[in-house]
Design a protein around this ligand. Structure first.
Ligand SMILES: [Zn+2]
Length: 84
């Protein structure tokens, strides 16, 4: 099997590490939970618990509004009608 960057273990990073800030001002951290196109990665893939996933979603959206993170690719290329 090829060594890919799949999540090793299913656990909530925010529960595991209390020091890890879940904040829109930290796009570097939020970036780990979105695809390169800016789509939020499903909880079952990242292993984030329901509680933190909900906060995460909120923070990511806030971060986008603050233009700290990339908007989805659709935003810039609206011509391409792809269901995201
Ligand atoms: Zn959690």
């Amino acid at each position: 099997m090829a060594f890919k960057f799949t999540p090793r273990k299913k656990f909530c990073r925010f529960c595991a590490d209390k020091e890890l800030p879940l904040d829109y001002k930290r796009p570097d951290i939020l970036q780990d939970f979105v695809t390169e196109r800016g789509k939020i990665i499903a909880r079952r893939i990242t292993g984030t618990c329901a509680k933190h996933q909900r906060r995460l979603t909120r923070e990511i959206k806030k971060s986008r509004q603050m233009a700290l993170m990339y908007y989805t690719a659709v935003h810039s290329t609206q011509v391409r009608k792809k269901t995201i």
